[in-house]
Write a protein that binds this ligand. Structure first.
Ligand SMILES: [Zn+2]
Length: 383
């Protein structure tokens, strides 16, 4: 079993465990095991493949809008039919194309040297500069270059979500999210087709007619993450004040149930491990790869988020087959950030975003055309 699947098991376990109860036909004593058994690796792979048909799904382009439509159609086909959209405007001019660094060398941090990373973290070991590719011509595959040719324009944006309505507490909900937009002129399969497909797979499993959860669960596919979390920020700005309001009064319907927690997924495919001194990051997943569950120690809800993170870690220990989970406290640069002072928020990633050096290498490599091809090969050969 691979790491991604292990992550899914932990997530299902955590949500069901926290969401109070689940009823499946002829349910044995542990309903989590029933849902875990319904996860389908082939369906997950097919969804990633489906997302890559829209290239990198960069915000502000037709390929991004088509991907939002496709995601909504998939959610409905799973039975998560109450889809809705958040609409907002993103007016910032797009970044001009820039050449990605051609060659990177690792730089060693000396013993005792304190070098600051993102999210109040401290970098250690070998590091590589963060250089996301913003040059269409760096894509050497002509088909991918053509698919991603349109550059973004400022204007209206949309993102889609659907909701599993709770059976006994429809006025409270978990938000489970991933960002569907990408960049780099490849297929954005890992960042973040992998998280998007994961959230969609969870929507499929939880939407089965025989599954009931006490509380509601919202499956949200954010847009504009790569430009600065504008999609999740728009959601918070538009909907935070609607929480827990019954509308119309007496109807038992809650357009925005009160938020219990926000759980984000970004880059779920594999953990490369530390770069070598020459700056090369292994293309293979390391056997000791782990799942990083992060909260932000500076958040207003840090204590509750920490407990949630360890709940996920415990779920991993109970249900995962191979890869362990580690808890970190430097959650940053992800769609759970706009929620973290309002509700317990955590982020699941293949690596700690802020303080592990391979983060830089992975981001850089994924944005390179050669690595894009490698990503495709790995996903489609994966089994
Ligand atoms: Zn991402």
């Amino acid at each position: 079993m691979n790491a991604v699947w292990t992550r899914l098991l932990a997530i299902v376990a955590a949500i069901v465990g926290q969401s109070a109860y689940c009823q499946a036909q002829n349910a044995p004593t542990d309903p989590v095991s029933v849902l875990v058994g319904r996860l389908d690796l082939e369906a997950y792979k097919a969804t990633i493949k489906g997302l890559t048909q829209f290239g990198d799904r960069r915000e502000g382009t037709a390929r991004n809008r088509m991907a939002v439509d496709w995601i909504e159609a998939q959610l409905k086909s799973y039975g998560c039919t109450n889809t809705e959209r958040v609409k907002y405007v993103y007016d910032a001019p797009p970044q001009p194309p820039q050449q990605a660094a051609a060659a990177l060398r690792g730089s060693a941090i000396a013993s005792g040297e304190i070098r600051q990373g993102l999210g109040r973290s401290r970098l250690r070991g070998m590091t590589l500069p963060v250089v996301p590719n913003n040059d269409p011509n760096a894509q050497t595959d002509p088909a991918l270059r053509a698919r991603n040719a349109e550059l973004p324009t400022p204007g209206p944006r949309e993102e889609v979500y659907c909701t599993k309505v709770g059976a006994t507490r429809p006025d409270e909900m978990y938000i489970v999210g991933a960002h569907m937009d990408g960049r780099g002129f490849g297929e954005a399969a890992n960042d973040d087709g992998s998280g998007t497909a994961l959230v969609m797979e969870l929507a499929r499993v939880f939407s089965s007619p025989d599954v009931k959860t006490a509380r509601s669960i919202r499956f949200a596919l954010w847009n504009n993450e790569e430009t600065g979390l504008q999609g999740s920020r728009a959601y918070v700005a538009q909907r935070a004040l609607l929480q827990g309001k019954e509308d119309p009064p007496g109807s038992g319907r809650y357009p925005e149930p009160r938020w219990i927690a926000m759980i984000q997924h970004d880059m779920m495919l594999w953990d490369h491990g530390m770069p070598r001194p020459d700056g090369v990051v292994s293309p293979e997943q390391r056997p000791e790869a782990d799942i990083n569950i992060e909260f932000q120690s500076a958040a207003k809800f840090a204590d509750a988020a920490m407990r949630l993170a360890f709940f996920f870690r415990d779920a991993n220990e109970k249900y995962a087959t191979d890869y362990p989970a580690a808890v970190g406290h430097h959650m940053t640069n992800t769609d759970s950030t706009p929620f973290m002072d309002l509700v317990p928020a955590i982020s699941l990633r293949e690596m700690k975003e802020a303080c592990r050096p391979e983060r830089d290498g992975t981001r850089t490599i994924i944005s390179r055309p050669t690595a894009t091809r490698r990503t495709r090969t790995r996903i489609f050969a994966w089994g």
